[in-house]
Design a protein around this ligand. Structure first.
Ligand SMILES: [Zn+2]
Length: 629
């Protein structure tokens, strides 16, 4: 059939038009990978072809690759960092320093070419920098090919061989991966401890192993061709080798795991993915599969409704790794734990990462809190439904974590790059708890409806892209009509603390009372105030912040169970505020600021005011002490 010149022209223009929306662009990767592992000595060799498209307005003259396995060598950055940080990850500690040559990880690249022309490159630790032979102009695609070989490390962190539950190969971060290039430039972050970032594209991966092995991976398994002649120096025509082939689109990474004893189970989720489970026969969690198969449809339905549908054809839960770790279309999890709820919680957290990591691919090094924190938020929401607890606010665990961090005085701003927090404790509370609380509080600021509209718009606008904090805040502004820059700037960029107090009431006249409120902390916030009366009634008021300008109409409180009376906005410059209510002061039995703890108030003792107990006349104590501290 003859090609239409018109359609070729239109198709060529389309991606450019889509990407120029709001000036946003992202580079594109298409990988073809072939790897063969030799289980006798745990070495591997492979071949990689990368079609790389530069959608940026910049001319690229060099490229960077990650060689993550090189972190598992004595004196690597990961090793020294782990031995010098005050609270090392227990899985790492000094273990890397003790690895013998046959136990280390290693990744070596050779034969690196651009469009068939040899490139100059140099490797430092876990990062390879290559100088392009032909500068890559805006809009151009180039082909980068390389051979790689190396050694699978004894499992120390995430990836490696012989994990503690006996899984042979947990293969994360196993191939030379191009660093991401975005509006902030290159991101060749050395592998020190955590957090990954890559551009989206298509992966076609061929994995060669002895025929006894079973492989679970990112992507859909497609039949491997017998004469599939992917060039690979390690690809020997051994009869006993079986080749597996997987394909995935719109992903930014690719994981696989293999074990000869893997049991493979699968079910099709209605309106959702093919859910696959790979585990060793002795896996503790294997007996949880039937219950998971029952709960998973509700999980995917809830996530689809609240955050947008799961957009890939399959999701694999693979026993492997050293805890629970997210990868596109898959998770590697330990099979630890006898309790189903613990297993379900881990599944929920890692699978929520399919949204906040897999589809919404933030730069985790820069914004780990958008990845870990948002996954934690979604996990708490979905677990609240799956466990039938149906709590109004299921996020109090995150609040407790944050308060513990404040108490220890170890808080650092969320703008700190993930690897550079002083201690792991500060990183993990910042990323998981404070990232989750970012959404919890946003929900309290904009109200229930605008919040969920924001989350859906976040998915619709940013799936398969690299959103940043301001992108989410702009959507929240559009859905609520409010101004919200102040909130992002203070929560992510400072260590200021929120503290509001209910100090007393003042009789204004018959049926009118002024409730005295004080901003004790240096972080202003809007909040609900609950007033209870002798007749048993409860009244809810919302005190907005004038910084936000407008309020959404008919604003429902976070959790959606109250429609509060929105009162006059508080100017943050003013330490005190009088909330005027149409209730007699004698009627009021209790005033509570933020009754359901949607805001991270660092001192809750002063949030509640109750009338002072009437003293006997002969008592010497002051008769009226309006503001108990
Ligand atoms: Zn996580």
């Amino acid at each position: 059939m003859q090609k239409s010149v018109f359609w070729v022209a239109v198709c060529a223009l389309l991606p450019v038009a889509a990407q120029s929306q709001n000036g946003y662009w992202q580079n594109h990767v298409d990988y073809t990978l072939s790897v063969q592992v030799n289980p006798e000595n745990h070495t591997f060799s492979g071949w990689e072809r990368l079609k790389y498209t530069n959608n940026s307005p910049d001319t690229l003259r060099e490229v960077y690759y990650h060689l993550y396995f090189n972190a598992f060598q004595p004196e690597s950055m990961m090793d020294v960092r782990s031995r010098s940080i005050a609270d090392p990850d227990k899985r790492v500690t000094d273990r890397i320093s003790k690895l013998r040559p046959e136990e280390v990880g290693r990744q070596t690249v050779s034969n690196l070419k651009q469009n068939g022309v040899d490139l100059y490159f140099e490797t430092q630790n876990t990062v390879l920098r290559a100088v392009l032979a032909q500068p890559l102009l805006p809009g151009q695609t180039t082909e980068l090919t390389l051979d790689f070989d190396g050694q699978v490390p004894v499992q120390i962190r995430r990836s490696g061989r012989n994990n503690k539950e006996g899984v042979d190969y947990s293969m994360a971060q196993w191939y030379p991966k191009l660093a991401a290039y975005d509006r902030h430039g290159w991101h060749p972050d050395p592998y020190v401890g955590r957090e990954f970032y890559g551009d989206f594209g298509k992966f076609e991966v061929h994995i060669g192993l002895p025929a006894t092995y079973v492989v679970g991976a990112t992507g859909m398994e497609v039949p491997a061709l017998v004469n599939d002649l992917i060039p690979s120096k390690g690809r020997k025509a051994k009869k006993e080798v079986r080749w597996w082939r997987f394909e995935a689109e719109n992903v930014h990474d690719f994981v696989w795991a293999a074990d000869p004893e893997f049991v493979h189970k699968k079910i099709q989720i209605p309106n959702g993915p093919l859910l696959q489970f790979y585990h060793r026969p002795d896996a503790k969690s294997s007996r949880h599969w039937d219950r998971l198969a029952q709960d998973a449809p509700l999980f995917f339905a809830f996530m689809a409704e609240k955050f947008g549908p799961y957009a890939y054809p399959q999701f694999s839960v693979i026993q492997g790794g050293d805890g629970g770790m997210e990868y596109p279309m898959a998770t590697l999890m330990l099979a630890q734990g006898d309790e189903y709820e613990g297993f379900l919680g881990l599944f929920a957290h890692e699978t929520c990462h399919a949204w906040f990591h897999g589809m919404l691919g933030t730069n985790e090094q820069a914004y780990s809190w958008m990845d870990e924190g948002f996954a934690t938020f979604a996990e708490d929401e979905v677990m609240n439904v799956l466990t039938r607890k149906n709590e109004l606010n299921p996020h109090l665990g995150s609040l407790r974590g944050y308060l513990a961090l404040r108490k220890r005085g170890a808080q650092e701003p969320l703008t700190t790059p993930a690897d550079l927090y002083d201690v792991n404790f500060a990183y993990s509370i910042a990323s998981y708890s404070m990232g989750s609380l970012f959404l919890v509080q946003l929900r309290n600021i904009v109200g229930e409806d605008a919040f969920w509209a924001t989350m859906r718009a976040y998915y619709e606008n940013w799936k398969f892209k690299h959103p940043e904090p301001s992108d989410l805040i702009r959507l929240a502004e559009r859905k609520s009509g409010m101004e919200l820059d102040w909130y992002l700037a203070l929560w992510a960029g400072t260590t200021k603390g929120i503290d509001y107090a209910a100090e007393g009431v003042q009789r204004f006249g018959a049926g009118s009372t002024g409730i005295q409120l004080r901003r004790v902390g240096n972080f202003p916030m809007p909040f609900d105030v609950e007033v209870r009366t002798r007749s048993g009634a409860t009244y809810v008021y919302h005190v907005p912040l004038s910084l936000s300008q407008k309020q959404p109409e008919n604003r429902k409180s976070a959790g959606g169970r109250a429609v509060p009376t929105v009162v006059r906005a508080w100017d943050w410059t003013h330490p005190t505020y009088v909330l005027q209510v149409g209730i007699s002061s004698e009627e009021i039995t209790q005033v509570v600021v933020d009754p359901h703890q949607w805001m991270a108030d660092v001192e809750r003792k002063n949030n509640t005011w109750t009338p002072p107990v009437t003293h006997a006349p002969d008592e010497t104590a002051p008769a009226v002490e309006v503001a108990p501290k």
